[in-house]
Design a protein around this ligand. Structure first.
Ligand code: HEM
Length: 414
């Protein structure tokens, strides 16, 4: 096959102007020409068809930890690079938490975190509504807002802070650390951004340990109290794993939910007929969030490593070779989603893979969905006249590789 003409992984990022202009044209080309494509420079296979992506996600024998990837898998092994100087966190607490753990440790750590998180999410809708209302109250008197900076970036950090149990007095500091910690996933950081990342990670590390100690002495109605209680009752999770898991919730749930909120509101502002349907029938909010997750999936890729010799979509894959699963490409597979570029909040097709799947499926999906539903519905309910302030301008997508979200979006709200 003429692989050399096909885009490599780094060309499937906004760093490539052609991808920036029309990501779906490149993803369609790859899917229809070579759906299990070997990118020799990055040392990975890129999977773009729904069938193989779903199949690998569901295979519970696949590996995840980058140390298991062959030497040639340079992109996957980047995670193993030494920490920047100044990061004062013990080595065992520096990882990305659940995302890169393998069995049996992964499930040992994930089970109590998921148990405590799901219990909290079930009762946190009023808190999410309050956070959303607070930020919209701050914006309401202005003629225009930056939907991203004034709203979509704000809601997830505050909701996660409330969920964990961050004390109100520490909110501003927690927000600053969280914004810094997120910079860890930016590949092209300035010196100042690297410093903000180090300060954010160090701060969150110290703070989660302080919070665990405080809640052991005096429990409160929050996730950290629930987690230390589960630990005391015998859940096999160390303090290091718990701290890493808590920071993982924050980092995993922050930008992703911001992008979901921004992408969905932008889609509704640019598709008046879908917006009218939603306004007429609020029960469509669930379908709206799912369709936004499918059409403009916030996370482009996830990965797995082959634990044995395999055949993937007719292509031989050797033990320890790395597979990048292109979630956004799979969510646009016309075999599964007819007319995939159409935004249709009443779609009844197969489930999308925007939250990944299998053992590593996003543990924050119920919270992300709920934040998205409350934020999007409340925004349109409170600002029925909301419209793009510059309707003729192209949307400004963020330059962050492998994430799909808007940098800024000026919206007239009066
Ligand atoms: C709403 C937008 C969100 C999207 C699109 C999203 C997407 C994803 C994806 C694609 C994965 C990888 C799944 C896989 O490899 O199969 C993942 C994992 C994860 N997400 Fe999310 N996520 C979102 C929200 C959240 C929230 C709100 C939280 C935390 C409260 C969170 C925490 C995590 C964690 C901890 C993992 C690792 C799970 C594991 O490996 O067992 N995410 N997410």
């Amino acid at each position: 096959m003429a692989e050399d003409k096909l885009p490599g992984v780094m060309e499937l990022t906004p760093l490539n102007p052609a991808f920036n202009d029309d990501p779906y044209a490149l993803l369609d080309k790859l899917r229809s020409t070579d759906p299990v494509h070997r990118d020799t420079a990055a040392g990975v296979f890129v999977l773009t068809r729904y069938e193989e992506v779903r199949g690998i996600l569901s295979d519970t024998t696949m590996w995840r930890h980058p140390e298991r990837a062959e030497e040639a898998a340079v992109l996957s092994r980047q995670m193993l690079n030494p920490a920047p100087p100044g990061l004062n966190i013990p080595k065992e607490e520096r990882g990305a938490g659940l995302l890169f753990m393998d069995e049996p440790d992964h499930m040992r750590v994930r089970t109590p975190i998921a148990k405590a998180l799901y219990k909290r999410v079930a009762k946190s809708r009023p808190m999410v509504q309050q956070v959303v209302d607070e930020w919209l109250d701050k914006a309401k008197a202005r003629p225009t807002i930056d939907l991203m900076a004034d709203f979509a970036f704000r809601v997830p950090i505050d909701v996660i802070a409330h969920t964990l149990g961050v004390d109100k007095a520490n909110f501003a500091q927690f927000r600053e650390w969280s914004e810094g910690a997120i910079l860890g996933i930016y590949p092209f950081r300035s010196e100042a951004e690297t410093q903000a990342y180090i300060d954010g990670r160090n701060g969150l590390w110290r703070y989660t340990h302080e919070l665990m100690d405080a809640r052991r002495k005096k429990p409160a109605d929050d996730l950290v109290s629930d987690m230390v209680a589960l630990q005391a009752e015998g859940a096999e999770i160390s303090d290091a794993e718990l701290s890493m898991g808590l920071v993982g919730l924050l980092v995993g749930g922050n930008l992703t939910t911001t992008d979901l909120i921004g992408n969905a509101i932008w889609l509704l502002l640019t598709h008046p007929e879908q917006r009218a349907k939603l306004v007429a029938d609020p029960s469509l909010i669930g379908g709206t969030v799912e369709e936004a997750l499918r059409l403009e999936s916030p996370v482009d890729i996830t990965s797995r490593i082959a634990p044995r010799e395999m055949n993937v979509g007719g292509c031989p894959v050797h033990t320890s070779q790395s597979l990048l699963l292109h979630l956004r490409a799979a969510n646009h597979d016309p075999k599964v989603f007819p007319d995939p570029r159409r935004f249709d909040i009443t779609r009844k097709d197969a489930p999308h893979v925007a939250f990944g799947g299998g053992l590593h499926a996003c543990v924050g999906a119920p919270l992300g969905r709920m934040m998205g539903q409350v934020a999007i519905w409340t925004f349109f309910n409170r600002f029925p006249n909301a419209r793009l302030a510059y309707p003729n301008e192209e949307p400004q997508w963020s330059a962050l590789p492998f994430f799909r979200g808007l940098k800024t979006l000026t919206v007239a709200i009066q």
